[in-house]
Structures are given as C-alpha cells and as structure tokens.
Design a protein around this ligand. Structure first.
Ligand SMILES: NC(=O)c1ccc[n+]([C@@H]2O[C@H](COP(=O)([O-])OP(=O)(O)OC[C@H]3O[C@@H](n4cnc5c(N)ncnc54)[C@H](OP(=O)(O)O)[C@@H]3O)[C@@H](O)[C@H]2O)c1
Length: 348
C-alpha cells in the first residue's frame, strides 16, 4: 500500500478521497490552503469558498496538483447563509476554516459567531453531509486566569468569557462563543461536529501574503520588534494542522475537541532559536519586561491527535521552514551571512 507521502503516485481508486466531495470555507487562507492541498492529494473533489474567486490572491489554489480536475472555487461570505448552502450542495463533509483573525471586535465578532452558526445550520439543511470539522482555536481552551499552570491543558478546558472581555482579547472571545454556538447548534440539529483547536500555526506559506500567525515570527526578523514580550506561546506546523483536519474527518470514531500543538516556548527561547538559525537578522535579545520573572506557558496535551497517528514536526523545524518560505516568497529580504565565522544559517 502507498504511504501518505506517496499518495500522488497511487491509483485514484486507492485514495481515501476518491469519488468524495467536500467543502472548505475560507479556502485561500493559510491553514485552509494546506488543507485543500492535502485533500486534493488524497483524491477528494474540493469545493472551496472564497470571498472573491477572481482575486489573484487565490491563484495559488488553482496551481495545486489536481486542482484543474477537482477544485472549484465558489464565492461565499460567512454572513450570507445562502452562499454557504450553495457551496455545500453535493458535499459529504464541510471543513469550516474561514474566520477573521484579528482582535478588532468590529471585524471579528459577527463573522466568527454568527457565521459559524450559519455554517452548522447550512450543513444540517444539506442532504448527505456526514461530518463538519470546525477549525476552532486554542483561544477557546486556555484563557482562564484561575487555571492551574502545572496541569496540562486538555480538551476538557474552556476559556473564561469574562476574562477574554476584561482583557479585550476579542479573538479568543469570539472563537469561544463561536465554538460553543457550534456545539449547541450541532446538538440541536443532529450534525456530527468535530473540532480542531490549533495553537499558533507556523510553516511554509502557500498563499502569497503574510497572515497573522506568520507575522508573529516575521516581526522578530525585520527589526520592527526591538524587544520581545515576557510571554510564552505554543506552536504547531501547518502541515500537521491540515493532517489533523483530515484524520478527524476520516476517522469514524473521532469526536469532540482535538488540541493541535507541538510545544510551548517563551519568547526569549523563540528569539534565541531564530537567532541561532538566522543570525543575520536583527532579532531582539532583550525582554520588554526584564524585571519580572519569565512567564511560564501552559503545556497542551496533544495526546488525542497522537492517538490518531500524528507525529508533530518539532517547533525549531517549524521556525526554519517559516523563515525560508518568507524568503522564497520575497516577503523577507535574504541578507548576507552575519559574519564569516561559524554563524552560518543551519537547518535545525
Ligand atoms: N493561524 C493560526 O495560528 C491559527 C491558530 C488557531 C486557529 N486558527 C483558525 O484557523 C482558521 C484559519 O486561520 P488562518 O490563520 O489560516 O487565517 P487566514 O490566512 O487569515 O485565513 C482566514 C480566511 O478566512 C476568510 N474569511 C474571513 N472573513 C470571512 C467572511 N466574513 N466570510 C468568508 N470568509 C472569510 C478569509 O477570506 P478572504 O481571503 O476572503 O479574506 C481568509 O481566507 C481560522 O478559523 C482561525 O481562527 C488559526
């Protein structure tokens, strides 16, 4: 049998997605583009929703292997339920990845919350849809000041909405209400919903522009961040996130929430790792809040996805591939090596 890596060479009928049609919302985004690529590799026919199919920013999707034969791009907006229903017609699965990714409440709240409900309702109303996979976020899981920092965070944890509001973290607030609404609506309408909760996603970009999570790394390379904040963050590779979506869709017994995380780094360690890999960039060496003890990040349990066979790419490899991709796409200038001594960039 071919392995996952060799599916491109497999006979079409051997592929798990052969003859099956699924929809991916927000298909041109960072995560969704990798998901579309993976679905096409597995033989699926994909109906991808974008807000403007003619926008050249979606051209990378049309260039994917298999796209000419098995990818259709359809115009849909999360706040237009009819456009969602039209996109889901004929599908047996929906991957709901579209969402604004911002802390601006004006832009975030409505499409995330109302849009996600519309997705579940449209899926419930569409004959033949057997599962909806929702790309939620770790932001729906860990934002709670009363959480024991020594206990790994798992799929039973939920963010505290008052705390999200108090700290004006409107992204986490909206994603939490959106996920809770999705569960409620799915139960009410009998939709088989499975949720993936990724931490901050890194890795190579397929799309032509920088997205919010890639910007998290880019700002430490361009000189725009002079210091780093006293904070910790968990990371995961975008290919693992796409694979997680595929596995929870294809595994009949999959249910509930799946935390998608590799490991947690303090910003000091992130900057040190970047500087070791790419010493030629002006990477900050000082903490903005140097007097305070370093913040300890939460540990996230990725056991449920490891049980589904996901072998997570180490975070240093994620960083390396992110920077290389930014260089390859001309989004980060390639600088000459820092010095003629031993500080050449090395792969991790
Ligand atoms: N990247 C991360 O670190 C991370 C971590 C955890 C969870 N997530 C979740 O993963 C999903 C994808 O994130 P991403 O990082 O790939 O973001 P992204 O690159 O910004 O993509 C988001 C997509 O959502 C679409 N979208 C936004 N508002 C929409 C609306 N009103 N109607 C229809 N489409 C809309 C955008 O379409 P247009 O091209 O038309 O603007 C865009 O293609 C999101 O649900 C996000 O919350 C991301």
């Amino acid at each position: 049998m071919p392995t996952d890596e060799t599916t491109a060479a497999a006979a079409p009928a051997e592929l798990s997605g052969h003859g099956r049609t699924v929809c991916v919302t927000g298909a041109g985004g960072f995560i969704a583009s990798w998901l579309v690529k993976r679905l096409l590799e597995k033989g699926y026919t994909v109906r991808g929703t974008v807000r403007n199919p003619m926008d050249p920013k979606n051209d990378h999707l049309r260039a994917l292997d298999g796209a000419a034969e098995r990818l259709v791009l359809l115009r849909a907006d999360l706040l237009d339920p009819d456009s969602l229903a039209a996109a889901f017609a004929g599908c047996e699965g929906v991957f709901h990845a579209a969402s604004p990714v911002t802390d601006d409440p004006e832009k975030m709240i409505e499409p995330a919350i109302r849009g996600t409900r519309y997705v579940i309702t449209a899926a419930a109303d569409t004959a033949g849809i057997r599962r909806v996979v929702f790309t939620s976020s770790i932001g729906t899981v860990y934002m709670n000041p009363y959480r024991d920092p020594n206990k790994p965070v798992d799929d039973t944890c939920w963010s505290d909405l008052d705390y999200c509001k108090r700290t004006e973290n409107w992204y986490c607030y909206a994603k939490t209400v959106a996920e809770q609404g999705a569960w409620e609506e799915a139960r009410r309408r009998g939709v088989d919903l499975v949720v993936v909760n990724p931490v901050l996603v890194l890795g190579p970009l397929l799309q032509p522009t920088v997205n919010a999570s890639t910007e998290h790394v880019l700002k430490y390379l361009t000189g725009s961040a002079k210091t780093y904040v006293n904070a910790a963050q968990a990371y995961v590779h975008v290919r693992d996130v796409a694979e997680a979506h595929l596995r929870v869709f294809e595994t009949p017994s999959a249910a509930g929430r799946y935390i998608c995380a590799e490991s947690t780094l303090h910003r000091a360690d992130l900057c040190r790792a970047l500087a070791k890999l790419f010493p030629e960039y002006p990477i900050p060496t000082a903490c903005k809040d140097a007097a305070a003890p370093p913040v300890r990040g939460y540990l996230f349990s990725n056991r449920r996805l490891r049980d589904l066979g996901i072998d997570f790419v180490p975070v240093r490899q994620c960083l390396y591939e992110t920077v290389r991709s930014l260089q390859d796409k001309g989004l980060l200038p390639v600088l000459p090596p820092a010095a003629a001594d031993d500080h050449q960039p090395t792969s991790p």
